[in-house]
Every structure is written in structure tokens, then in C-alpha cells.
Design a protein around this ligand. Sequence first.
Ligand code: PLP
Length: 367
Amino acid sequence: GSSQSALNFGAGPAKLPREVLTEVQKEIISYQNSGMSLMEMSHRSKEYSQINQSAQNNVRDLLNVPDNYKIMFIQGGGLGAFAAVAMNFMNRTGTADYAVTGTWSAKAAQEAEKYGTVNLVFPKAKKPGKIPDQSTWTLNPEASYFYYCDNETVDGVEFPYIPETHGVPIVADMSSNIMTRKFDVSKFGCIFGGAQKNIGPAGVVVVIVREDLLGNAMKICPTVFNFTQVHKENSVLNTPATFSVYVMEKVLKWIKESGGVENMEKQSQRKSDCLYGAITDSNTFYSCPIDENCRSRINIPFRVGGPQGNEELEELFLEEAEKRFMYQLKGHRSVGGIRASLYNAISYEDVALLVKFMKEFQAQHQK
Ligand code: PLP
């Protein structure tokens, strides 16, 4: 029951900027002196229309999205987007290429198999932690699109480059690293990301689509997942998650005011360098199983008490961390160990406190 803000290293839904939450709190009962909460307003009101437009504009500005790309908001989470991607784009040739580098791209491939033929461009690894060299991939030139997950939230694997697909449109899941680094949108056919990590609360997914890829959805595609129809109705085809979009619009503004994506990238590098540095300095008391060339700047999994991890010590680590207000550091149930997620709302100072604790814990518990 503390009002002190927790050091929240959760993977998502994740920490939001305090400035944004304070603003939401001020407006929650009466938005712009209307006597109504934004939550209580029509999605066709002028207030929501303005928020909807501003959120789209902010995404466009922050990522330098070219004019021939449409920005829209859908519901159904990342998992919904996995199906939507297949139903919107796989019609062209009935096949798609998938690079499976961890949990989420594996789930996306599995979802896409319901709608067509999925080709894995390299075999799924038993243990994630590497991205096979591009020269070894078997890309299908007839693929409707090439799909990958830019940052694997569970496994801590992040692409250090944009793959070369020789003209096949690239679809990327950027749920956990959108707005954490600059990239060239024009290299992509479609980018999507659930808001609940770097840019807002759960309930909304941002989708960016190159316009020439629209208009080819499968007949079976539910209307709410049909990008062409959602875009045509300017993301108010049906009742959107208005409150989520409202908060997201504020987070995007906060990013702008905090130096934009350029500064988020700088901070992200600084924060992750600090944590990986501590892992390396620990001389295997802490260890990260991911190849150095594809370690995520955002989700950092590590083991405590040696490379295999000592589960008892990891339990203790989590307990001791909570005594210092550091929460949600438990690794995903499928991989165990510890995971620290360093999204945009996490400051360098937050990470420095975690590292300080890690050093103290090591000094106390290393045999
Ligand atoms: N893709 C990535 C990279 C994720 O981290 C998640 C996370 O939860 C998902 C997809 C699935 O999103 P959702 O839980 O919104 O369906």
C-alpha cells in the first residue's frame, strides 16, 4: 500500500510515465471541463476524433512514416494481429516466410498456418538465443510476405538488422521495441505493435501498412481485422478501445517531449549497456544465454548463481528485490530465471538501482 512509485521491471503491461498518469488522473472525471470522462464519450465525438487523429499523427511524426503508409489501431492484441497479418496479406500467393527466433514468432507462425502455407526460413531452434546467419536462410521468392519478430520479449532476442528479402514485403512484430530505436519504415510492408509495453495500456495495437498491400484480404477475414476496412473508417469502424488510445496518445506526446525516438534509443542503449555490463562483470554469477550480437536492449533475461541458474538463489533474488521495491523481475514461466524489461518509462537511474542491488546480492551470496 505504498504510494511510492515501484521500480517496475515487468514485461507487460508495463510501467508508464508518471507524468502521463498524473495527467490522466486530473482528467479522469471531467475531460476538458466537459463534465464527462473520456471513457464516457462517444467514439464519434469531436473529443475522441481529435485524440484518434493526434495519436496517428504522433506515430507518423515519431517514426517518420512516409505518406504511402497508413496508420491504424485495432484490438485483439498481438495475438489477434498474428491472425490479421495472415488474413490480410497471405492471399497473394497462399504462402508466407517466417523467421522463428523465439516464443512470439513461433506463435505467429502457428497462427498463420491456419490460413496458408508457412515456410520457416530456418529450422526452429530447441533453445532460442541465436539468429542464424542470413546467408543460410531459405527464402521463398514467391512468399506473400516475410515475417519476423523484431524483439522477442520472452527470450531476449532482438534483431540487430532489417532482413534483406529481395522485394518480398516484410512484416514485423515490434510490440516490445516500437519507439525504442529509429528505423527506416520504407523497408517494411507492415509493422505492428501492441501498446502495452512502450506506448500505452493494453487494449490497442498500432498497425502501419504500406498502402499497396491493402485491398487483398481473405474473404473469411473478420471485418474488425480487415486492415483495408479499418483504415477506410479511420480506426472507428466499430467502438475502439477509446481509453487505451487516449492514454497512448499521451504517451506518444511524452516521447516527443522527451527527445523523441532518437533519445529513447540513446537511453535504451545506455540502460541495457549498464545491465549487461553488470552481468559480464559478475564473472558468471549472473549470466545471459543470448548471443552477444542479438541481445535485446529491452528484455534482458539472466540466470543467478551460474550459467544453469540456481533456482533457490533466484527465488531469494526476487524476494530481496521486492524489499527494494523492484517488481516483476521473474522470468517468463517458459524460460525461468530473471528477466528485466527496460521499456521507455524505465529510467537509467532505475537500472542503476537494480545493478547496485545485483552487486550487493552477489557479494552476499556468492560461494
Ligand atoms: N508479440 C510480442 C513481441 C509480445 O511481446 C507479445 C506479448 O505479450 C505479443 C506479441 C502478444 O501480445 P498480446 O498479449 O497482446 O496478444
